[in-house]
Design a protein around this ligand. Structure first.
Ligand code: URA
Length: 442
């Protein structure tokens, strides 16, 4: 390649002229290695991408270069199917807590790297840390041993994984350049590919509480992520799922662990339970465990037999937590101040603003405004009615949990506008909107 000038990249992208893979490689190298590209030039390029987009080839090249910017993990030593699952971020999304033990009970390895919640969306690490004693700071050897023995482990994603994304994401966050589909694809897939699983299940959230607000954008993100996975020889399925309502009934860390335990206890008929069984069947099918019907039966059996709950308890114990929470739910923290929010009129719940509900849970103490904030593990919201339910005036809609009455006041005021009650029954909307796979004909 001729001498690399970052200005050439900025100008080309601004003019819609595609960059070569070598140019993208040099640009990504300059994010983490000397001579470093200054933030102002990276920011200018990010804005050019936001306004002009990238071609599919550029997006794939960016993803691979970011994947290779740090450590890449390999799991051949496990000698079995290795799967990963990623959600693009939602409200009340405790799927990993249910899916990983089901997969492990069905003979699939899941070495899971997860993050904390930020903004109105929750994070798996915060949820698990609400279990007394639980630690997600695992040394690499302990992590591997646990995956070998129990089938899964959940650790905090380290800065060694796709460090170029860490730097770019921080810049995007403060330069209004987060909402670019190629940049979101490269950010998510660089980390997923670096984590090394052969089978990757992507849960692409769509709706008011998600990055992707409509089906078209979500389908485009899914298409790009599948293309990146395919280019790297990975098996990938993307499930487009509804975030125009929170997932399940509980929002908040210990509250979400509680709801996950209810599903693992056998509640596969609830909307959350059925959703997780479908996702688990997709994952098992990808990992070669049979037809989707056979895989659904295996997932259900893993729950009904108690095998998935047993794996969950083993995982909790291995990571320093108190496994008795799986039997005695009163060991989970609950914030002392509670309030029930009631319906101001009767009718059908026709809309749930999940973003607002997520923000209210942050006000209650379940999330952070900034990375430095601490959270209250027992805070959150327990919905008593969901989208499509009929309620009478005065019926409870939800219960709020916090440390202080003032937090309840603030969250309640915020939540009043988050639930719309209509006189007519809204259309039935499935939680799973669409499923795409790298195996599909294109
Ligand atoms: N999650 C990520 O990891 N990156 C994005 O860009 C958006 C969501």
């Amino acid at each position: 390649m001729a001498v690399f000038h970052v200005n050439d990249c900025i100008r080309k992208t601004k003019q819609g002229i595609p960059l070569t893979a070598a140019e993208i490689g040099a640009l990504v190298r300059g994010i983490t290695k000397e001579p470093l590209i200054p933030d102002y030039q990276l920011s200018a390029w990010l804005m050019a991408v936001c306004l002009r987009g990238l071609t599919d080839d550029e997006t794939a090249a960016l993803t691979m270069a970011m994947r290779d910017s740090g450590q890449t993990m390999h799991w051949d030593m496990l000698g079995g199917p290795v799967a990963d699952k990623h959600s693009t971020g939602g409200v009340g999304d405790k799927t990993t807590l249910i899916l990983a033990p089901i997969a492990a009970a069905c003979g699939i390895f899941m070495p899971k790297m997860s993050g904390r919640g930020l903004g109105h969306t929750g994070g798996t690490i915060d949820k698990l840390e609400s279990i007394p004693g639980f630690s997600t700071a695992l040394a690499p050897e302990a992590f591997l041993e646990q995956v070998k023995k129990i089938g899964f482990a959940v650790a905090m994603q380290t800065g060694d994984l796709a460090p170029a994304d860490k730097k770019l994401y921080a810049l995007r966050d403060v330069t209004e350049t987060v909402d670019s589909i190629p940049l979101i694809c490269a950010s998510i897939m660089s980390k997923k590919l670096a984590t090394g699983a052969d089978h990757i299940l992507l849960d692409v959230k769509v709706g008011s509480g998600a990055f992707m607000k409509n089906d078209e954008d979500a389908a485009e993100l899914a298409r790009l992520m599948l293309a990146a996975a395919k280019a790297d020889g990975r098996d990938c399925t993307a499930v487009l799922t509804d975030m125009d309502r929170p997932l399940g009934m509980n929002i908040g860390n210990a509250l979400e662990v509680l709801e996950a335990l209810e599903v693992l206890d056998g509640d596969t008929e609830s909307a959350l339970g059925a959703f997780c069984v479908t996702l688990a069947a997709e994952l098992l099918h990808m990992a070669g465990k049979g037809t989707k019907e056979a895989c659904r039966a295996q997932a259900l059996q893993a729950v009904q037999s108690g095998a998935a709950m047993e794996r969950f308890a083993q995982m909790i114990a291995a990571q320093g937590g108190d496994p008795r929470v799986t039997e005695n739910r009163s060991l989970l923290p609950v914030s002392p101040c509670t309030r029930t929010v009631k319906a101001e009129r009767g009718g059908w719940i026709a809309a749930m603003q999940s973003e607002q509900i997520g923000r209210a849970s942050v006000l209650l103490g379940a999330g952070r405004m900034t990375k430095a904030d601490s959270i209250d593990p027992g805070a959150g919201i327990r919905l008593t009615a969901q989208y499509g339910d009929k309620v009478a005036q005065g019926d409870p809609l939800m219960t709020l949990y916090a440390q202080k009455e003032s937090q309840l006041d603030e969250a309640e005021a915020f939540l009043r506008g988050a639930v719309s009650i209509a006189e007519t029954e809204p259309e039935q909307r499935p939680l799973i909107r669409k499923i795409y796979s790298t195996g599909d004909a294109t």
